[in-house]
Design a protein around this ligand. Structure first.
Ligand SMILES: NC(=O)C1=CN([C@@H]2O[C@H](COP(=O)(O)OP(=O)(O)OC[C@H]3O[C@@H](n4cnc5c(N)ncnc54)[C@H](OP(=O)(O)O)[C@@H]3O)[C@@H](O)[C@H]2O)C=CC1
Ligand SMILES: O=C1O[C@H](COP(=O)(O)O)[C@@H](O)[C@H](O)[C@H]1O
Length: 528
């Protein structure tokens, strides 16, 4: 790293060798079929196909051994599907000049099959298409790999899994496999999630099931364990003796945008908090795992979830933005929250007494997701620093990925004043040449493709960044009592204005829980 010109530059360093990450490189020889079920939908066009395109452009998906199938009920042709997704395929950094050509070649890998989610006929035609492709590649029966991505509402997972199991399985005796990727929210509450798990569990083994939570694929979420467990700085500070409170925040500056029908059945807690923000909380709060093996990491996450105390009604604020019910698919009297702030408390030695303030909202005044660790006041403060604000360590997940530490320094110059400033690691500036992959790219890669990890080849099929069944159960246990109260109308959503911070009561709750806002200081992402 050199800063002679005043600019940061990044040297290529040898990869760090980490013993526990070494795993055997076992080549998989058969061809791979990726089947996107629900291909006509929102997730497929906005996230799944674009992620596959980027993997293709970066060489992880190669036309000679990977084919992509779209499946849904809508009766459209191959070309219709290609036209639907074309506009969502954004150029890969560094490949802008060949983008049109790349898109054309990628789209040719996609074939569409129309069919129902619960009938033999559709899945038999799908199997026929996949088998024809495998045959055309001379892939030995039993060596081919089939990845079914369920970009579908969870209500159709059981029939779809049954159909896959009955008509579309690969014979896995020669290194081939069949895997399924299921989206969140997995169920509506503890009971329905357990039922869904049991139904799918009868059809597939746990290692075949990838419960995706795309927040686990975000760069700075993947960095959390490295940050906590590979740096001496944080080890002694990361506990109730030093930390006053931790906020985990998700804000969007747009509403449900045509997804009102889906959203109204779930609400912000099931859509964002029970999964995305809770997964982040686990990584912030867990103890160091025995190793980086997926089961060791997930064991520690489960322990955190099981230590969360029941949520107090007095520590919850719900909101619904004005205009939410204008969507014709949303009932006029809907109480579904589009905003929630709540305090989670972890009953263990490290975190007793430290509130985790969780906040998520749609149609707010900004779009961002971040973790804000606020430290306690300095004891015996001779500078009267309280007026400047507390130390905070902020991990900005998006946009403008960054980590910064808010700290008090001497005001530069002749005066002897203190002022709040920051140590700033902004990724856009520090890693200018690096392409930060989209969360879905990374996670799809984890399900099936071979890649370099910390300098070693390993077979993907790594479930560390996916949710295990007991983890899911523990997550639903936390929220189910509250969700049932909301469903029964016992906890009401307060109105808030589109483009606001959400209900004022939410800020008051955070303050009551111990968060001290710094006034007069705002971190601004550095521009290049
Ligand atoms: N959209 C997003 O940004 C995100 C979505 N997700 C999750 O991904 C999954 C899919 O989401 P999304 O694409 O938005 O959903 P959509 O509502 O767009 O549904 C996807 C497809 O499923 C079929 N479908 C929709 N409703 C039903 C139904 N009631 N019964 C049977 N089939 C139905 C439709 O295809 P057809 O009628 O052609 O069969 C539709 O095109 C959900 O679990 C969601 O929570 C997760 C993260 C982000
Ligand atoms: O899972 C979901 O996530 C998106 C937000 O994802 P992000 O990566 O853009 O932060 C959210 O808009 C959607 O409601 C939800 O289903």
């Amino acid at each position: 790293m050199g800063s002679g010109s005043g600019q940061w530059s990044v040297e290529n360093r040898a990869p760090v060798r980490t013993e526990s990450l070494v795993s055997e490189y076992v080549p998989e020889t058969g061809c791979l079929s990726i089947i996107v079920l629900g291909a006509s939908g929102d997730l497929a066009k906005k996230k799944t196909f674009p992620a596959l395109f980027h993997l293709y452009r970066q060489g992880f998906i190669q036309s000679q051994d990977v084919h992509i199938f779209g499946y849904a009920r809508t009766k459209i042709s191959d070309n219709d599907l290609r036209d639907r997704i074309r506009g969502y395929l954004t150029p890969c950094k560094g490949f802008e000049s060949t983008h049109e050509e790349d898109v054309g070649q990628f789209l040719q890998l996609i074939k569409y099959v129309a069919g129902a989610y619960d009938t033999e006929e559709g899945f038999r035609s799908l199997d026929k298409e996949i088998s024809a492709y495998e045959l055309s590649k001379n892939s030995t029966e039993g060596s081919s790999r089939r990845l079914f991505y369920l970009a579908l509402p969870p209500s159709v997972y059981p029939p779809v899994c049954k159909m896959i199991k009955s008509y579309c399985m690969n014979k896995s005796d020669l290194g081939g496999w069949t895997r399924i990727v299921v989206e969140k929210p997995f169920g509506r509450d503890l009971e329905s999630a357990e039922e869904l798990s049991a139904q799918i569990g009868e059809l597939f083994e746990e290692p075949q099931i990838y419960r995706i939570d795309h927040y686990l694929g975000k760069e700075l979420v993947q960095n959390l364990m490295v940050l906590r467990f590979a740096n001496r700085f944080f080890l002694p500070l990361w506990n109730r003796d030093n930390i006053s409170n931790i906020q985990i925040v998700f804000r969007e500056d747009f509403g449900t945008e045509g997804r009102g029908g889906y959203f109204d059945q779930y609400g912000i807690i099931r859509d964002i908090i029970q999964n995305h923000l809770l997964q982040v909380l686990c990584l912030v709060a867990m103890e160091k795992p025995v190793s980086l093996k997926p089961e060791h990491v997930r064991d520690e996450k489960v322990k955190v979830l099981q230590s969360v105390l029941p949520i107090e009604d007095s520590e919850v604020v719900l909101g619904q933005y004005e205009g939410y019910t204008d969507d014709p698919t949303v009932p006029d009297n809907s109480n579904t929250p589009t905003f929630a702030t709540m305090v989670l408390r972890i009953h263990n030695e490290r975190w007793e007494g430290v509130p985790f303030i969780i906040k998520a909202g749609k149609a707010l005044n900004s779009r961002k997701a971040e973790i804000r660790v606020q430290f306690k006041d300095v004891p015996g403060d001779i500078y009267k620093c309280k007026k400047q604000g507390r130390n905070e360590f902020v991990i900005r997940l998006q946009p403008s990925e960054a980590m910064y530490m808010k700290l008090t320094v001497k005001q530069p110059g002749l005066e002897m004043n203190t002022v709040q400033s920051e140590l700033d690691l902004s990724y856009g500036q520090r890693y200018q040449e690096t392409i930060i992959p989209e969360a879905y790219e990374r996670l799809i890669l984890d399900t099936n493709l071979t890649n370099l990890v910390y300098g070693f080849y390993r077979i993907r099929g790594d479930q560390q960044h996916f949710v295990r069944r007991d983890e899911l159960k523990a997550a639903w246990e936390i929220f189910t009592p509250l969700l049932h109260k909301i469903d029964r109308g016992e906890v009401k959503s307060l109105n808030y204005k589109t483009g606001s911070r959400g209900p004022e009561e939410a800020d008051k709750l955070a303050e009551k829980a111990g968060f001290v806002q710094t006034h007069g200081y705002i971190w601004i992402p550095p521009t290049l």
